[in-house]
Design a binder for this molecule. Structure first.
Ligand code: ADP
Ligand code: MG
Length: 372
């Protein structure tokens, strides 16, 4: 049995989230017994509210995301299983701590048990949208992520995060080695085998070199551009992975570059332009740097291999065939190789502009956290 925490189904499948579609909750919703408990709990807790809408996702009812309109503002509600709620609430300590240390997050305000299968988590609804593929927003994200990484260096329980993260890393790396030596009791698609057979297990180490606590899952759905009048503020959502997210901070950056830039169909030169805008803004906010031209490719390939290993782990635990998500990670693994010249250009140009500006040079990060 795996000792690893394995992520459940994400809010949105695929590499990019779809357009958000909020649908009003109809009266027929109450006919479903589980939904009726949910609605009664809402009335008991919030009185007569002005409206309720559900986000269209693939979650079975009543699980998923809701917006509850009240006279004094709007709430964002999540209905999750008790196990998910426990994990959300544990991770929410990170979101709360960051919020009081100047980083925008959306902490849980309240949790309400609906029954023994479902729990309701209540947050403020933040009007906003996903990050757009333009220079201004990529700069905003780069700056905010630099500040976030700086702040996380002082997180009081970082020692626990390191212990969990390194144990998780060692487990996955050992699985890869064991598999390469003796095979696994699971049938894998040829393309997955081809990646895992040739990937040197030592190369995974790039993920945890000079590590610190990071967010750990900065996909497009977990970064929210909240509108504040005519300003936008970058809010980091979904801290679930952060409890074991002990990585080289460049891993968060590599993931952002992959999900927010390289996997988008953009005009020629736009990938370089947006990647640079993001990276330069990060470099202005934090002293950490990609430290050689191949660094980004190495991190992206290590990330794809790690994701495949997690999928294999999940399949083994559930005694099910490998989820079809493997296609996404084989694609991303190959993409990192195909885009090698672009990735090198971004890193070299960002390093050059940091050198030519008054930015402090990269300084070595602290070797270990004081608590670890
Ligand atoms: N406080 C909020 N206000 C408005 N929308 C939110 C808020 N929190 C989350 N969302 C929306 O819900 C989606 C899923 O939220 P997230 O916290 O990432 O849930 P999960 O842990 O299930 O992935 C986000 O991508 C965003 O669109
Ligand atoms: Mg999410």
């Amino acid at each position: 049995m795996s000792a690893l925490w394995l992520p459940g189904s994400p809010a949105f499948e695929g590499v990019h989230p779809p357009d958000l579609l909020w649908q009003p909750v109809e009266e027929s919703f109450a006919k479903d017994p589980a939904c009726s408990v949910f609605l009664k709990t809402l009335s008991r807790r919030f009185g007569a509210y002005a409206g309720l809408a559900r986000l269209r996702t693939s979650h079975p009812l009543p699980f998923g995301y809701y917006r509850l309109k009240q006279a004094e503002g709007e709430l964002f509600l999540k209905v999750v299983t008790p196990a998910q709620a426990e994990r959300h609430l544990a991770a929410d300590k990170v979101a709360q701590w960051l919020n009081v240390h100047g980083i925008a997050t959306s902490p849980v305000q309240e949790s309400i048990v609906l029954d023994d299968t479902a729990t309701l988590l209540v947050q403020d609804y933040l009007p906003g949208r996903f990050c757009a593929q333009n220079r201004q927003e990529m700069q905003c994200l780069g700056r905010s992520l630099g500040r976030l990484h700086l702040a996380l260096q002082a997180f009081p329980q970082a020692g626990d995060v390191k212990a969990r993260g390194m144990a998780r890393f060692a487990h996955l790396q050992a699985r890869l080695l064991a598999w390469q030596k003796g095979g696994l009791a699971i049938e894998l698609p040829d393309e997955v085998m081809a990646v895992l057979r040739t990937y040197p297990a030592d190369a995974l180490q790039v993920l945890v070199e000079e590590a610190q606590m990071v967010h750990g899952d900065l996909n497009l759905g977990n970064v929210w551009m909240a509108a504040e009048g005519d300003r936008i503020q970058c809010v980091f959502l979904d801290w679930e992975d952060s409890l074991s997210a002990w990585f080289n901070p460049m891993k968060d950056l590599a993931f952002v570059l992959e999900r927010f830039v390289f996997t988008h169909d953009l005009e020629q030169d736009a990938h370089l332009d947006l990647g640079l805008a993001f990276l330069q803004a990060y470099y202005e906010a934090h002293h950490r740097r990609f430290n050689h031209p191949e660094h980004l490719t190495e991190l992206l390939q290590a990330l794809a291999v790690r994701a495949l290993l997690l999928l294999i782990e999940a399949a083994q635990v559930a005694h099910k065939p490998l989820s079809a998500e493997w296609k996404k990670f084989v694609f991303l693994y190959k993409l990192a190789d195909q885009q090698r010249p672009l990735l090198q250009s971004i890193l070299c140009q960002a390093a050059e502009s940091a050198l030519n500006s008054s930015l402090p040079p990269a300084i070595p990060p602290p070797r270990s956290h004081s608590k670890s």
